[in-house]
Design a protein. Structure first.
Length: 306
């Protein structure tokens, strides 16, 4: 969030070079502040857990963040009651009549299905198209990132021989990207997916930039040219036990999954996993809310796109 300093302070120029939001006294006296309005398109079957995980990260800011949950009207959920959805979730038709500061599109367990065969694909395409003119910035997560890259830029997804599951090291590829401000030279976060996007296809598109990459997991964070879209190919929001839950769930189904990489101590599932990505997740989400949402959205959100 911004710091307020005396006008013409010599330190301002260096702070701004470091992507620190500095506000002079004159600007601060005329500043209006309002809550940020964020849409959460929750496609995960674990609705409540995903709500908790993402809202925890969105709360790590001094600004008030208003979150509206969105469900797909073209999909019948098997994991949560329709009563719950009707009580806490809106349909897209109920939120599309206005502009929004930000939006998050989550992952979904449909990676082995072609995009066009997902039952809510047409509705999701409508939302993604609408977002280009009605949302300041959209964050896409895991399958949501693959869907966004495919819809907006024609980037294909490819099936993996085995599930990419674990906690993987990533390295920032740029030094001046606000989304990565404050991250370490190596930072970790979870991946849990059956498909991938490939770096060679992404770098051929002049409107996309890979800003963080993993030697084992591939492109980790991709942004669009004008920072309106963020694509995170893993799950920074996961709790410490989420991968463990998925591993034992798949074991119970007889799927014979491999032990998530770099997750359990000594790769021993009998030991409790250790959280090694909490600070990274909080930092990335705070940077997104600050640099991508707060500093880019107009005070009068109805003027977005004018």
């Amino acid at each position: 969030m911004p710091i307020n300093v005396p006008n013409d302070l010599p330190a301002i120029s260096q702070l701004e070079k470091e992507n620190i939001f500095v506000m002079g006294e004159e600007r601060s006296t005329h500043q209006d502040i309002r809550p940020l309005d964020i849409l959460l398109v929750n496609l995960m079957p674990t609705k409540v857990e995903t709500e908790i995980q993402l809202m925890r990260l969105l709360s790590n800011t001094p600004l008030q963040v208003n979150v509206r949950l969105v469900q797909m009207k073209t999909h019948v959920s098997k994991s949560v009651s329709q009563k719950y959805l009707d009580q806490f979730y809106d349909l897209f038709d109920e939120v599309k009549c206005r502009n929004w500061d930000g939006m998050i599109i989550t992952g979904a367990p449909v990676e082995d299905i072609p995009f066009e065969e997902v039952d809510y694909w047409d509705e999701l395409c409508e939302i993604m198209e609408w977002s280009k003119t009605h949302v300041t910035t959209t964050m896409h997560i895991c399958w949501g990132a693959q869907a966004g890259l495919y819809y907006h830029y024609g980037i294909k997804k490819y099936p993996l021989d085995s599930k990419k599951s674990g906690i993987f090291d990533h390295r920032p590829l740029v030094s001046d990207e606000p989304l990565l401000r404050g991250v370490d030279d190596v930072f970790r976060f979870p991946h849990s997916r059956h498909s991938e996007v490939r770096a060679e296809e992404i770098v051929r598109n002049p409107h996309l930039h890979i800003i963080a990459e993993s030697a084992e997991a591939g492109p980790g964070i991709i942004i669009s040219e004008r920072s309106g879209q963020v694509f995170i190919t893993g799950h920074m929001e996961y709790d410490v036990n989420t991968l463990s839950y998925e591993y034992y769930r798949d074991m119970d189904k007889g799927m014979n999954p491999h032990v998530p990489d770099h997750y359990f101590p000594h790769d021993d599932p009998s030991q409790d996993p250790i959280m090694t990505w909490r600070s990274t997740a909080n930092l990335i989400f705070s940077n997104w809310l600050n640099y991508y949402v707060y500093q880019n959205t107009p005070y009068d959100i109805s003027t977005l796109g004018e």
